[in-house]
Design a protein around this ligand. Sequence first.
Ligand code: 3PG
Length: 408
Amino acid sequence: VATLDSVDLNGKKVLLRVDFNSPLNENKKIIDFSRIKIHVKTIGELIDKNASVVILTHQGRPGMEDFSDLSEHSLLLEKELGYKVNFIDDIIGPHARNSIFMLKDGEVLMLDNVRFLSEENIEASGDFHSKSYMVRKLAPLFNYFINDAFATAHRKHASIVGFPYVLPSLAGRVMESEVIALKEIRDPKISPKIFVLGGTKINDSIRIINNILKNSNSSTRVLLTGLVSELFLFASGIDIGKSNKEKLEKLGGISLLSNAKSILLNYKDRILLPEDFVIEGGGVVDIKELPKKEGLIKDIGEKTIEEYSNIMREAKVIVLRGPAGVIEEKEYMKGSIELVKNAASTNAKVILGGGHLTAVLDFIPENLRTRIHNSSGGGALLLYLSGEMLPGIEALSFSASKFNLDGI
Ligand code: 3PG
């Protein structure tokens, strides 16, 4: 792929896709802005190179609680950059296009949540998306497209795969450093690899777990926490209690039960499930007691932390992705903090799969924190490590060869 070193960006207008998707609290306020911080390097370099920069990103998904506009993101970026960021609440309309057209060298403009556009959310090829309204309306205004959103590189969305089809495209510094850092770890000979997977993106998790286990040797194991572990426990015939079943149902888990069952059937010994949980109110219950004790699952319990930490000790590579509990509420952060801390205390290479779990890093002692490669990617990272090619990276290499750009 081509990088910021491949072309002269002085006086050029660039469309920069970043990933500012951040965890929000119930008032839709950002609770951790590391995703914004990581892109500051790329944006700062583009300003120094005298390019005019238009930033495009998403936040949440339509219909989910963390779906919001980007006014707060732009203010936080401005603070981090120490440089004026003009935010406009438009993406492809006349207001946006006119502001892009008028933008001067060295200025920064941020557009609103790209997922406000329905066509962005379609999974399709670069060719298809190059004909989308967004690409047709925006691409003619730019000299280059830059993708720095490694964390969204697994999505075949218009803003990821559409622009490289029609504009010479480059990898930003975040994208470039991830590709370089993860190359070595992808090697199947480096094993055992232990994946500790939690969070609430159960749809993605099914695909990821399946890929990891299918593409790796028998020493690779997957330790589940979070909502995804509740899904697998339920699929394995454990009664997780009425309120937890209702929660799963609300989040689309029931339709995934058969997939979870077949994964369990194929890879039973390589998937570990929690033995105990902390439920709402703070009580710890063994999984067998869940139907009796009735209460929403909020975190993993002590026994699970210990069991998972023992397994991690044998690993050469440990990848953690997704919180073990509801870390937005401080009292349920413990499982996630302990797992990250104990992983960093082993001799393994430790990779934290971006997104919401990054919030626990503030609670990890400095000497351990420096041992962790804090990847900007969550789902993208795992798919990449499981051997899949990412559409976002493929689109960049397609563009580099189409427009004859040199790169890494
Ligand atoms: C992530 O947080 O993994 C990326 O921002 C992608 O978000 P998505 O899973 O909603 O596509």
